[in-house]
Design a protein around this ligand. Structure first.
Ligand SMILES: [Zn+2]
Length: 317
């Protein structure tokens, strides 16, 4: 058996088992676990670089799901490997995701929209520091995975137009009726405005089954003058106090990949995007290039030693 990088008991299979057993969410957790065991896991190459050598980091996530997090030996991307199947993700989001998070099925959209407004304000601040700053008023904004639309609601007075799509029927209904937004139930937009556009992808890419394919699909919708804004939860922020410095809280069944600035930059290059701005949060602004793929390199920071550095901040807390 492979030696685990995070050697503490709490990162192992036995701890995950105990967590599942004693959790107040036991019932949901076991239903979800049966589902991924039934469908089987995907033993696939690294989703960023295609490499097949990994270093095992840990064997359980915050809920006690017995999935392995591994770091690719070639590119340094942390990912769930073997991965859950795409069909599993679809069923999981439809039937289990909310119950697992909130312990209930009813969704407080008003509260969600408040959180989305905060995100929207933060995103606008970020964009004002990029080369898109002077152009914001001319951009048509299209958000994929927009939920109830709070981010778009914040962008609306600052941009030419806003529209969004999401597979969550209830969220879309709320955003249309309460916020009066142009939203549709769809994974990708079915219509696009002319002129320069800003595509938004907030906390979506870490959930997608194959983020490289997703980025390429989005690029196929874009013109040369368009922008793509992305945010995903950055793994290095755990060392700065996010998730109470705890990688096990950060590691999450629903997160297929766990990005850093370095691995998001590399993935963007693989998908043929030029990176205009990117930080460790991870918040980024990209622009499509003419090339199908741009040269990428592994960041020196994306190493097993970096994972141990993050873990040391938990122990020092
Ligand atoms: Zn890789």
């Amino acid at each position: 058996m492979a030696q685990r990088l995070l050697r503490h008991f709490r990162y192992g299979k036995t701890f995950a088992f105990l967590r599942r057993l004693t959790s107040s969410r036991s019932k949901s957790i076991n239903a979800v676990r049966s589902l991924y065991l039934e469908q089987g896991l995907d033993n696939r190459p690294c989703v960023l670089c295609g490499g097949s050598e990994f270093t095992l980091i840990c064997e359980g996530d915050r809920y006690g799901f017995d999935l392995d997090k591994q770091i690719c030996d070639r590119c340094g991307l942390v990912q769930t490997s073997p991965a859950v199947k795409k069909d599993f993700l679809n069923t999981f989001y439809r039937d289990h995701y909310r119950r697992l998070y909130t312990k209930r099925m009813e969704v407080d959209h008003a509260r969600l929209v408040d959180e989305q407004h905060d995100k929207g304000r933060r995103f606008l601040q970020f964009l004002k520091s990029t080369e898109a700053a002077g152009q914001l008023a001319d951009l048509a904004v299209i958000e994929m995975g927009c939920s109830s639309g709070g981010i778009l609601d914040t962008f609306k007075p600052h941009c030419r137009s806003v529209q969004g799509c999401d597979l969550d029927v209830e969220a879309i209904r709320y955003g249309k009726e309460t916020l009066g937004l142009d939203l549709e139930v769809s994974e990708f937009p079915t219509h696009l405005p002319d002129g320069p556009r800003l595509f938004l992808l907030s906390h979506v890419l870490e959930h997608t089954h194959d983020p490289l394919v997703s980025l390429k699909q989005i690029k196929s919708l874009m013109s040369a003058q368009d922008y793509l804004f992305i945010e995903v939860p950055g793994i290095n922020m755990v060392a700065e106090g996010d998730y109470k410095n705890d990688l096990k809280s950060y590691f999450h069944l629903a997160h297929v990949c766990d990005f850093s600035e370095g691995t998001l930059r590399a993935l963007a290059a693989r998908a043929g995007y030029e990176v205009l701005s990117c930080n460790e949060t991870v918040t980024a602004l990209l622009r499509p290039s003419d090339e199908a793929e741009l040269p990428w390199r592994r960041s020196e920071k994306d190493t097993p030693e970096n994972i141990l550095r993050i873990e040391a901040t938990r122990q020092a807390r």
